[in-house]
Ligand binder design. Structure first.
Ligand SMILES: *Cc1c(COP(=O)(O)O)cnc(C)c1O
Length: 400
């Protein structure tokens, strides 16, 4: 499995050992850490303060609306990928801006969308022509494809990959754009990064300048999408701020960023316990009460090995015991990863996975009839609040 370098195998936790912090929770359980969300929020707000850029929460990564009021002071609003996220942003962070991008809007949803959204970004000139005239009073944008891939190995997360359906290339713009349609447009939008540092933004901006630099001075804003790993420890904030300053100066436009991951990076945990330990040849396999397939689907989809407290991913002298950690479903590939421990695992042992806020609670499922883990908020003073009460109904009601 591919490993994501920036995810440390140990996460420094304020206030004590994970076992002491999490042992009282029924497992499996997700815990969202408010202190970490605030820390991330402060970093994002400092970028806005320094540069004037507006930063939105991309809800597809983290749509845990319980925390929107906590995040609101740090952000300019929300970004949505579909109708329901748009509504959620309006209802739960409503005094702030509500933006939406969708690869294609539906006629039967558009008037409802207009009730919620302030900014609507289209993926094609045809959709802009079709829906733009219906959206009086809204700020309209078009997603562009600067045709500049800056990531390797993650083709499904590269909107600049050959054959991508996301964004208008300059060739298509030249073939389809007319002056009447251009008058509908307030801004351009690009989203081409994924878990990247500011150097990739710098490269992308050069491509945007080369391809669309003549268009931007006539517009009001440029939305630079998500994928900026702004709250990661090694993220280059100075380069980001310089990029924003450069854009504002060169084109005299307002700048938006809409990170998802960066807002809730390292702010979640999945608390699990060992149900059984089975052997196969040289392998010791611990079956947990949480599943990669159901409860951390990006472990399989991305794929990556999540950080786990008290364990390491490569053997060393103090971690000689290797276990494959796996889920309780019937899927052979329901494997979280191989880890090395300082002690032999026992049935009932508590295991705490880190970085489980983003693309996790909003993507999980009840495959195999697995219960959904409940979600808990951990406040800055260490107290827990249970936010959900999932049960059989949450499995059954999706099926009939
Ligand atoms: C996914 C996405 C984002 C958020 O991306 P992150 O990698 O979570 O920062 C923002 N904007 C658009 C259009 C997206 O598709």
């Amino acid at each position: 499995m591919m490993k994501k370098e920036f995810r440390p195998p140990f996460l420094p936790l304020a206030g004590g050992e994970p076992s002491a912090l999490f042992a009282a929770l029924p497992s499996p359980a997700y815990v969202i850490d408010e202190k970490q969300l605030e820390k991330n929020g402060e970093i994002l707000a400092s970028v806005s303060k320094k540069t004037g850029a507006k930063i939105l929460l991309a809800q597809k990564a983290f749509s845990n609306f319980h925390f929107y009021s906590l995040l609101a002071p740090y952000l300019a609003g929300t970004e949505a990928s579909g109708l329901y996220e748009t509504r959620l942003g309006r209802e739960e962070m409503g005094q702030k801006e509500v933006h939406v991008f969708c690869a294609a809007y539906r006629e039967d949803e558009f008037s409802e969308l207009l009730q919620y959204a302030d900014h609507i970004v289209f993926n094609s000139i045809a959709q802009l022509k079709k829906f733009g005239p219906l959206a009086a009073g809204k700020s309209l944008g078009l997603r562009i494809n600067p045709e500049c891939s800056t990531q390797e190995g993650h083709d499904i997360y590269d909107p600049c990959a050959p054959g991508s359906r996301l964004g208008v290339t300059r060739a298509v713009w030249d073939a389809e754009m007319d002056s009447e349609t251009l008058r509908l447009l307030d801004g351009l939008h690009f989203h081409t990064l994924c878990e990247q540092n500011a150097d990739a933004l710098e490269i992308t901006l050069r491509a945007v300048e080369e391809k669309f630099g003549d268009i931007l001075p006539g517009l009001k804003w440029l939305n630079m999408g998500g994928g900026h790993h702004i709250t990661r420890q090694d993220y280059d904030l100075t380069t980001l701020c310089n990029c924003i300053g450069h854009v504002k100066e060169m084109w005299n436009v307002e700048v938006y960023l809409e990170p998802g991951e960066a807002v809730a990076l390292n702010a979640g945990f999945l608390v699990s316990r060992v149900l059984d330990i089975v052997k196969n040849g040289d392998w010791n396999i611990a079956i947990l009460d949480s599943s990669a397939a159901c409860h951390m689907p990006d472990v399989i989809e991305m794929p990556y090995t999540p950080p786990l407290y008290g364990a390491v991913e490569t053997e060393d002298a103090s971690h000689p015991f290797r276990y494959r950690l796996a889920g309780p479903t019937c899927l052979s590939g329901d494997v979280i990863g191989d880890y090395y421990f300082g002690n032999e695992l026992q049935i009932g042992d508590l295991l705490v996975f880190g970085d489980m806020a983003i693309y996790t609670t909003c993507k999980n499922n009840t495959f195999n009839g697995m219960p959904l883990p409940n979600i808990w908020a951990r406040s800055a003073d260490g107290t827990y609040k249970q936010l959900t009460d999932f049960g059989y109904r949450d499995f059954k009601c999706r099926l009939g």
